[in-house]
Design a binder for this molecule. Structure first.
Ligand SMILES: [Zn+2]
Ligand SMILES: [Zn+2]
Ligand SMILES: [Zn+2]
Length: 343
């Protein structure tokens, strides 16, 4: 897909303002962004959309919308910020739109760090996921489940609608221009808002149905699925099944996706219960209790009950601490010390 151009010259959108005069609005990046959003909700409508082809265009257009809208806001801060390397930016290349622009993830970083925008972790990570899904889609075709993509897209759509409402994306306008702009954009934005509501209510209806059936009484075994971001992944002996996606997860899939380090050989902590290196920290359970989870023995240790072994640093229960010194030693370290002392 060609890079979205952010600088003039470009096409304009003709609108009639309140005085009946034809006004030409010259900020197509934002119109383009909104136009992409209209296409996204069309492709994702639960009743009419949702085919693999729909999902493909929904992801491509959602990413394009995010890119133009985030960058339009960056340009309002300073035009050089949309360059991959602002240090080499020249106004001439900006006006000619002949430059390498920054990635969406960098745009989010700059909006947070330089423009001081309060973009939440959740929104930033949804935008990053979207960019990754777009890239995977372009190189390998659709590798994600359609339902999961739909649920995730709803998060990004929701963010972009708030972003459009809260952020100054277009240059300062005269009163007439302001009105004409609002008039032109509002109809499209209404369409997007209705579309997002339909997608969100589809997600809600589906989750409600699942809560009454597959997920009933399983809250203490159910976690948020990182694929669809719904509390619908029920853990079992083999790993788990997300009923929203629906996807089966093997225990090693869970470890890889929820791992606490980037070290693929040691994705989990050593479990104090079974000693396997399969203890995961970052699982969020549907019952709201903050615990860790071991994919081997399926124990859910409570963080407050765990200290770390003074010998090797692994998680080990506080209640085994030495009554006088307060030292915690795991069984292996106790064994090792005994051997060292007797030799
Ligand atoms: Zn899922
Ligand atoms: Zn274990
Ligand atoms: Zn130890």
């Amino acid at each position: 897909m060609p890079e979205e151009k952010l600088a003039p010259p470009r096409a304009t959108k003709n609108v009639r303002n309140s005085l009946g005069l034809e006004a030409q609005l010259d900020f197509p990046p934002v119109f383009n962004g909104i136009d992409y959003l209209v296409s996204v909700v069309d492709h994702l409508q639960p009743d009419t959309g949702g085919t693999p082809r729909d999902i493909k265009y929904a992801v491509l257009h959602l990413q394009a919308a995010a890119e133009v809208l985030l960058k339009a806001r960056l340009v309002r801060e300073h035009w050089s910020l949309v360059f991959r390397d602002p240090g080499t930016a020249t106004h001439k290349s900006f006006l000619q739109a002949s430059f390498e622009s920054c990635t969406t993830t960098t745009a989010v970083q700059r909006l947070r760090n330089i423009a001081g925008l309060a973009i939440s972790e959740k929104d930033a990570s949804a935008l990053k996921d979207l960019a990754e899904t777009r890239n995977a889609l372009q190189h390998y075709g659709l590798t994600h489940n359609a339902r999961a993509v739909e649920a995730r897209a709803a998060t990004v759509l929701d963010f972009l609608l708030r972003f459009l409402a809260e952020e100054p994306l277009v240059p300062a306008l005269s009163e007439d221009e302001e009105e004409a702009w609002a008039h032109a954009a509002e109809a499209d934005l209404d369409k997007v808002r209705d579309g997002v509501l339909a997608i969100q209510s589809f997600v809600t209806r589906r989750m409600n149905r699942l809560r009454g059936n597959e997920l009933k009484g399983a809250e203490d075994r159910t976690v948020y699925c990182l694929e669809c971001q719904q509390p619908a992944l029920v853990l079992d002996d083999h790993g788990g099944v997300c009923h929203f996606c629906p996807i089966e997860w093997s225990a090693s899939d869970l470890l890889t996706v929820y791992r606490f380090t980037d070290d693929r050989d040691a994705p989990g902590h050593d479990c104090p219960n079974c000693s396997c290196p399969t203890l995961i920290e970052r699982m969020s359970f549907a019952d709201g209790k903050e615990t860790l989870y071991c994919t081997s023995c399926r124990a859910r240790p409570v963080p407050a009950d765990l200290g770390s072994c003074n010998g090797c640093g692994r998680y080990w229960p506080w209640d085994t601490a030495h009554p006088d010194t307060g030292q915690i030693l795991c069984l292996e370290c106790q064994e090792r010390i005994r051997r060292e002392e007797s030799s």
